[in-house]
Ligand binder design. Structure first.
Ligand code: FAD
Length: 404
């Protein structure tokens, strides 16, 4: 019996294993991961693990015992260097070659690195892994200056964790508002105010020019002429899909490894799931690449079902969350194409939702501190609810009633 080989030992890989095992998949499974860790969850790395509120053991998805008891070999600190589709073999960094019957690519993504003067100075951090988070934690010393490049989710979450630890934090963002890629200005303004009130300095409309320092970073120079003192820097300017292994094996990629609705690549024995894929999404009616836990988990389940011979179409509405200070932002659907926004609730009371409509149809919702109504909103978006903005903002209307 040949193995099922999973490349990448991230959240998607681990979920694929879990779903297979829950459904009595009997073939041996080998998971190969480049990092020196069993599969773990990344969200805490910029939130409660970084701020010291959660211990490392809570970050891992399963213990070694689980894999041992379930006939799953996890090879950590091992990179898959190449993939031979004709021989159905993967070649590993430790010189080994493994045959496979089916292969799952769950290679995730990596941070986009900046190539400016001074990029190689010490204490310039990127945040993707446990090791990155640990390094950053070591630099979180009260009174030190931290400059964050990029006011996306990662940058703002790190800002919140650093302020809690007593650092002096400045965020530099080249756009004219925070989280501009993903949310409406109403949400940007809300989080901008929150951060400033907590002591974060935010510089908008200014890009990074260079870093200065001897061995360690000392200054951050911005294009608008601002120069900031920095004991440490965090760069959070986006990620790139790890598609090179697939690409060099001749699999089609376009901003991610191309898979169909069952998670299958053009090679019938090779599947892919998680951050590394570009996949059809029936809800937005186009191919997309997502960078979220929900997608990593759900697409892994889709791939597992295909491997079990019970294929089901991947048909999920994207959703995401971010925790910053005590605030919880949850987002469902994809905005951007909308022509109307509606606020429900009270921004002043820190409990509200922002609905995005396109030609009267609900296409996305951002929820601030309202997980209960967010759950209902997920269903409303999935149902492609057609509704007038007057009804949506009327708090005497129970959202649940709109599901009927
Ligand atoms: P990854 O988690 O990237 O795992 C892929 C693994 O494959 C990596 O360990 C990589 O080293 C390994 N690999 C790659 N190539 C090879 C190779 N050739 N050989 C061997 N191994 C290889 N999402 C949310 O929805 N909400 C959040 O709040 C949130 N917060 C986040 C905070 C941080 C700090 C980060 C980094 C991400 C966050 N995300 C969040 C995103 C979420 O964690 C990712 O979408 C998810 O981890 C994707 O899982 P994955 O398994 O597809 O990829």
């Amino acid at each position: 019996m040949k193995d099922l080989v999973i490349v990448g030992a991230g959240q998607s890989a681990a979920q694929c294993v879990l779903t297979l095992k829950r459904n009595n998949f009997e073939k041996p499974i080998v998971v190969i991961g480049e990092e020196d860790h069993l599969p773990y969850q990344r969200p805490p790395l910029s939130k409660d693990y970084l701020s010291g509120d959660v211990e490392l053991d809570r970050v891992y998805m399963k213990t070694q015992d689980f894999y041992d008891q379930n006939n799953v070999t996890v090879k950590v600190a091992t990179k898959v260097l190449s993939l031979d589709r004709r021989e159905k073999m993967v070649h590993l960094s430790k010189g080994e070659a493994l045959p496979y019957e089916n292969l799952v690519l769950a290679t995730g993504s990596r941070v986009r690195q900046l190539e400016v003067e001074g990029s190689d100075l010490k204490n310039i951090n990127y945040l993707r892994s446990i090791n990155d988070s640990n390094n950053l934690k070591d630099q979180f010393q009260k009174g030190k200056s931290l400059v964050i490049i990029g006011a996306g989710y990662i940058g703002l979450e790190v800002a919140a964790a650093a302020v809690k630890k007593g650092l002096k934090v400045t965020v530099v963002e080249m756009e004219d508002r925070v989280m501009s890629r993903t949310v409406d200005p109403i949400i940007s303004d809300y989080f901008d105010t929150l951060h400033r009130n907590k002591g974060v300095e935010i510089i908008l409309g200014s890009a990074l020019e260079k870093f200065e320092g001897k061995a360690f970073v000392e200054k951050v120079v911005c294009t608008d002429g601002t120069t900031l003192d920095a004991d440490s820097v965090v760069v959070g300017v986006g990620i790139l899909p790890n598609q090179e292994l697939a690409e060099s094996a001749g699999l089609r990629c376009n901003n991610g490894i191309l898979v169909n609705e069952f998670g299958r690549t053009e090679d019938p024995s090779i599947f892919a799931c998680g951050d590394c894929t570009n996949h059809p999404n029936f809800y937005v009616n186009k191919n997309i690449r997502l960078e979220s836990v929900h997608n990593a988990l759900e697409q892994a389940k889709t791939v597992a079902l295909s491997l079990l011979g019970k294929p089901e179409k991947y048909d999920q509405v994207p959703w995401f969350w971010s925790d910053q200070f005590e605030e919880k932002l949850q987002t469902v659907g994809l905005s951007g194409d909308h022509d109307e926004t509606v606020v429900r609730g009270s921004i002043e009371e820190r409990l509200f939702m922002l609905f995005y409509l396109k030609k009267g149809e609900l296409i996305a919702v951002d929820s601030v501190n309202n997980p209960k109504d967010f759950l209902i909103s997920k269903k409303l978006v999935a149902n492609k609810l057609k509704i007038s903005s007057d009804v949506l903002c009327d708090q005497s209307v129970d959202l649940k009633d709109l599901l009927k």
